[in-house]
Ligand binder design. Structure first.
Ligand SMILES: Nc1ncnc2c1ncn2[C@@H]1O[C@H](COP(=O)(O)OP(=O)(O)O)[C@@H](O)[C@H]1O
Ligand SMILES: [Mg+2]
Length: 375
């Protein structure tokens, strides 16, 4: 008889599942999340740990609107829910931080998150599953808290009570191993101590204004002069340029000032900044993303028996226009594309009803030059 492989005895076998290494996970997530390499990699490392049953460390994602924060969370959800073999580790919920604030107001901090986890576990295991199994699963759950910047403890220099309570509510779950909850009726009602020690939290928010606040600190405020020009070589010329990157300068104090309490922030093991998307990223999203305005429009014309095509120059121009809109990220693509395609969509079977519609650069330029009459 052969000895079992030493590695088998030493390690949790799930760690060695080749599809669950950080590299493989990043590859899978990166198919839906364009750019944001570092965020995808960090998320993959944490997820790999979580799936191996090890402490994963809570993650906080910070990035301007439309850079892919919710997309990254949704991609993880889809990845897990499409793999039945991971089901034991994939009781996940996504909540809007404002909901936590409302619940905190009503004096049941954390109860809503646990209730949702239990409901999700029940959905996965079936209505007849034993309550103990559902609870066990919920305890191992993944909690995505979106728009986490909405629960600031200060707004405009004034204390923001709902935010403070919501942060406290989340803290209860993040640091108290045992949270008293009332079980739902289907679980027999009654109170129990819910062990929250193994929950994994991923928070995300745009933290609007954080960029400017840090930029001000570094250029005008206490760290004035810290930002030095660097030598840049571009298109064969060399020049000096001052380049500000939030990731180079962000400190915990900036987030405290923004209204994330030190206790709350200290429960996140990694803070990951998503960068603003480049024109190339936007081109990619425009052409490939299943919920891009272009793909949706193509489906619409297909429905009318017509094909919609854009020249590469037209696509690039749309992406450039979107990139120039501040703080909208990939969301600007839809808005820009609407202006271009509106007239075609209004009369999809206009002249030459059985031929393809091909939009080229001049048409895009004309559409963007025309006054935008949308409200
Ligand atoms: N990095 C990205 N990769 C793929 N799609 C993206 C990315 N960023 C934004 N999008 C697209 O833009 C829209 C808004 O993205 P979302 O992830 O909701 O932004 P936010 O960062 O504000 O949560 C979505 O429809 C999504 O398809
Ligand atoms: Mg979002």
């Amino acid at each position: 008889m052969t000895q079992p492989d030493r590695a088998d005895r030493l390690y949790n076998p799930s760690v060695h599942d080749a599809s669950l290494t950080p590299v493989a996970l990043a590859d899978a997530l990166g198919r839906s999340v364009v750019g944001q390499r570092r965020a995808v990699e960090e998320m993959s490392i944490a997820l790999a740990k979580k799936l191996a049953g090890l402490p994963a460390g809570n993650v906080l994602l910070i990035g301007s609107s439309g850079t892919g924060k919710t997309t990254l969370m949704r991609t993880v959800e889809t990845f897990l829910s499409e793999r039945p073999e991971l089901a034991r580790r994939s009781t996940q919920i996504r909540v809007h931080a404002n909901v936590l604030a409302e619940e905190a107001e009503s004096g049941r901090p954390g109860a809503g998150v646990i209730r949702r986890l239990l409901e999700r576990g029940r959905e996965q295991l079936g209505l007849d599953a034993p309550v103990e199994r559902i609870i066990e699963r919920a305890r191992d759950g993944i909690v995505f808290v979106d728009e986490i910047d909405k629960i600031r403890s200060v707004v405009g220099g004034e204390p923001h009570l709902t935010g403070i309570r919501a942060q406290e509510a989340l803290l209860t779950l993040m640091e108290n191993a045992s949270v008293p909850v009332t079980l739902p009726d289907w679980a027999g009602g009654g109170r129990m101590a819910f062990d929250a020690a193994d929950l994994w939290f991923v928070g995300a928010g745009a933290f609007e204004g954080l960029y400017d606040a840090v930029h001000d600190r570094v250029t005008l405020g206490s760290d004035r002069g810290a930002l030095q020009p660097t030598t840049v070589v571009e298109d064969g010329t060399v020049h000096q340029e001052v380049r500000f990157q939030l990731s180079d300068w962000l400190r915990s104090e900036d987030l405290f000032q923004y209204g994330m309490s030190p206790q709350f922030l200290s429960r996140f093991d990694s803070v990951i900044l998503l960068h603003d998307l480049t024109v190339d990223d936007l081109v990619h999203i425009f052409l490939e993303s299943p919920d891009s305005g272009f793909r949706q429009s193509q489906a619409y014309f297909e429905h009318h028996g017509r094909e919609l095509a854009l020249s590469p120059a037209a696509v690039r121009r749309i992406a450039e226009e979107a990139a120039s809109r501040p703080r909208l990220g990939a969301r600007a693509l839809k808005e820009v594309f609407r202006r271009v395609v509106r007239d075609h969509e209004f009369d999809p079977t206009a002249a030459g009803g059985d031929t393809a519609i091909v939009i080229d650069l001049p048409e895009v330029e004309a559409a963007l030059a025309a006054p935008d009459e949308s409200p």
